[in-house]
Design a binder for this molecule. Structure first.
Ligand code: ATP
Ligand code: MG
Length: 458
């Protein structure tokens, strides 16, 4: 087959010259993998992977700077014009007795055989830049045109060999905006035993990549539908069919998917969208008064559930803290009757630096109700404007913004350092949130006296 939609001009010069250098050394080289796929789909290609007929030793002898990245699998990293390129010797694989990695790999000299071990047809293409020749033994281009994700060979066998592939399938369905071919889809459900063996870190990494999709719910719907989600996060499955109340058009799951899709594209936003209502099924109760469902405290219960799950799946401390905080505070419940002091207390409760992410989540949450929400969105805009004006007025939102510090409190009360200092500062902040004019040195020192006496009495 000739190169239909790929030609040398679309590939960066250093990649071409690296392929040429390998050919001049007496070996063959092909562009393979995700970068070729993305190039053909007119998506922005990342790290260019090369396959070669040379052994790792031969590549090492050919170039000045080579790092033995994964030599037992035939991969070395060539530093070429200051950039790293993974160059992997053509290989086959023998047996996957653990459902995670091949028992052994062996080098071969046939590019088609190398492509045969790859997971999906659109990932099983190779392009020889020197001969301008595209190799497509499994109909990858056709599937690309049809927007279909299909395994190379038997889906059941390919998924059973390596449990990670089912999650890669969900990721590609989301990121490439593909449909999944029927046998491939059915193969997922019959191969979940292998998926159970995949490490939490690898699951996490695939989820993070799935969040980068324009519409990540495509991948999550597939995970739900095939049983992947029931293994990774059974509590999210409890949302499916969990009907809500008159404010919502969708069940909790449908709402969650819509919210995640409406969130900004960063992983923290999308994770928060996915997890924000995880506490709803556990807290749902039928109200005698309204005959409608309530979800009291679901943000507290949900934050705890999210925390445990994020730990189990080894998300970083920073990711975990940010997401749990967003889940915990996602019920904003703003009303125009809030006083300015109430707005300042809201900012203090959330933390000024976290307000933008929270309001973004609140907007996505509102949009995902699936009803007419113009007024609710407008209310959030008004809250945003009031937050901005509180900030413009230079109001204090934390003890650090107070006109006096811990040392002043110690001197004034004649006490040594200890937790009481923090308590006094917190009490001062509560007063200043009520009345910003109090945030002057002398007035605060007077207030310290008062607070000292109150504490003494109690
Ligand atoms: P991305 O780089 O966007 O994550 P990718 O398809 O390039 O996607 P990589 O993990 O970089 O994924 O792998 C490069 C290529 O190696 C893939 O395109 C595929 O051909 C093959 N591959 C990767 N992981 C697997 C796997 N688990 N099973 C079979 N083939 C795989
Ligand atoms: Mg890649």
């Amino acid at each position: 087959m000739t190169a239909r939609r790929v030609h040398a001009g679309t590939i960066p010069e250093p990649v071409l010259s690296l392929c040429k250098a390998i050919r001049d050394g007496g070996y063959r080289a092909w562009v393979v993998g995700g970068s070729l796929r993305d190039l053909l789909m007119r998506r922005d290609p990342k790290d260019w992977d090369l396959a070669t007929s040379a052994t790792p030793e031969q590549i090492t002898a050919l170039f000045r700077r080579v790092i033995p990245t994964g030599i037992e699998h035939g991969t070395v990293t060539v530093l070429w014009h200051g950039e790293p390129y993974e160059v992997t010797t053509l290989r086959g694989e023998g047996g996957y007795s653990d459902g995670r990695r091949p028992d052994h790999v062996y080098f071969i000299d046939d590019i088609e055989q190398d492509l045969a071990r790859r997971d999906f047809t659109v990932n099983a293409l190779a392009y020889d830049t020197v001969d301008d020749r595209l190799i497509d033994p499994f109909g990858g281009l056709n599937d690309m045109d049809a927007g279909l994700l299909r395994t190379v060979g038997s889906a059941e066998e390919r998924f059973a060999e390596d449990g990670l592939r089912v999650l890669r399938a969900a990721r590609f369905v989301a990121v490439l905006e593909f449909d999944i071919e029927r046998h491939t889809r059915n193969g997922i459900t019959s191969s979940l035993e292998s998926f159970r063996k995949v490490s939490p870190e690898r699951v996490r990494d695939e989820w993070l990549k799935t969040f980068a999709a324009r519409v990540p719910s495509r991948g999550f719907e597939l995970m739900r539908d095939t049983g992947i989600l029931a293994i990774t996060y059974p509590e999210l499955m409890d949302q499916v069919g969990c009907e809500q109340n008159r404010y919502h058009a969708y069940d909790v799951w449908g709402h969650t998917m819509a919210c995640m899709d409406a969130c900004e594209q960063g992983p923290i936003h999308r994770l928060a969208g996915l997890l924000h209502d995880v506490g709803k099924p556990k807290t749902r109760e039928l109200s005698d008064k309204t005959g409608d469902y309530t979800f009291y405290n679901h943000e507290v219960v949900g934050a705890r559930m999210a925390e445990g799950w994020l730990k189990r799946y080894r998300f970083s401390n920073d990711e975990r803290q940010q997401v749990v905080h967003l889940v915990r505070h996602h019920l904003v419940c703003y009303e125009d009757s809030w006083s300015d002091a109430a707005v300042r207390r809201f900012i203090k409760r959330v933390g000024l630096d976290r307000v933008p992410a929270l309001l973004a989540l609140a907007r996505a949450d509102v949009l995902a109700k699936g009803r007419e929400v113009g007024e609710e969105l407008a209310a959030l805009e008004r809250l945003q404007a009031r937050v901005d004006s509180a900030v413009d007025q230079g109001a204090a939102f934390g003890v650090r913004d107070l006109a006096i510090g811990g040392t002043d409190v110690m001197k004034r009360l004649g006490v040594p350092p200890g937790p009481i200092i923090g308590d006094v500062l917190e009490k001062l902040l509560v007063r200043v949130l009520d009345d910003p004019a109090l945030n002057e040195r002398d007035r605060l020192l007077d207030a310290v006296d008062e607070i000292g006496q109150e504490m003494h009495r109690s």
